[in-house]
Design a protein. Sequence first.
Length: 386
Amino acid sequence: MSGVGIGQRPVNRRQRMVKSLWTGIWLVYLGAPVTDLLHGGHSTGVRVLGWLGLAAFVTWYMLLLFRTGRGERTPLVLGSLGVLSAQSTLLALTLGREWLVLFVYVSIASGAALPLRLARWTIPGACALLTAVAFAVPGGHSYLASLLIPALLGGFAMAGVRELVRTTVALREARATVAQLAANEERLRLARDLHDLLGHSLSLITLKSELAGRMLPAHPEQAARQVADIEQVSRQALVDVREAVTGYRRPRLSAELAGARVALTAAGVTAVLPADPGLDGVPEASETALAWALREAVTNVVRHSGAGRCTVGLRHRRTLDGPTLELTVEDNGPGGPGGGHGNGLTGLTERLANAGGTLEAGPLKHGFRLVARVPSAGPADVGSPA
């Protein structure tokens, strides 16, 4: 990551340099004071003091801006703005009207470093001080119109940017909290499901094991029946766990579409995907089969096709066998070496067949196309009006 995100602190040298560049580029408007020092006809001593004053002002200004968004203490910021205002006043009164531009930076620093409830007073205050000093400096009133509006607009613009940064940070923290809560809720749901699935079975197995242990010396036949019951209960528990795990691992078509976009983009392939899959009323088995088909097709595009563009289509169709949902994945790549269907497409054909669907896959003139079709309605819904 080379840039600095909104509301994020620079974490390495490169990011600090980027932030310094974006902050320091606005110092180009200090050209008037610099020109005055170079060609203003001041004595050597005045020039030295002027350069020192300008360097101190810029250093203080940059330090103040770099503290923005770090939970700074308001009294310290107000004191720093007071120092900047004093420097601007002293330099403008002693060196001339060219130095009035420093008050624009005071106003901008006020908007960037203070909360809005204070900045709405300090920005007009900096502008009022600019006006007073401009009338006290010879010829300063002629600069007033060109400096007063930038000071007001720049200050309130930076106040708006500061509020945007604060909002972005709050949203980022809220997003992280929501993700954590969702993960916790998923863990709780998994714990509840496992308890419901295995709690009764394990309790029954424990009870029957104890009974079998007490019956073994005197009643081996009854103990054998208890052991047989234990085997039956354990097998059923294993089936329940497998069904539950299959449900957790079952892919969803909407999630696979989002994952396909990420995978194709990361591989440098232009992805064209449907915005809304429209899966209302589609049986779960059909959706799962299409999700596996999309995953396999996108994997092949990323790994083997060498394509620059991949188009995914999803549409409902009416056929003689009833309503179907058709998934089309087409790329423009030259393809990899070899021919025929690999193990992935063979397994995918079997998976679609189990869901009552079909698979068509083959090369095009420029690319490869995969078409997967599954029933889009349950057996009881076939023949119902669309």
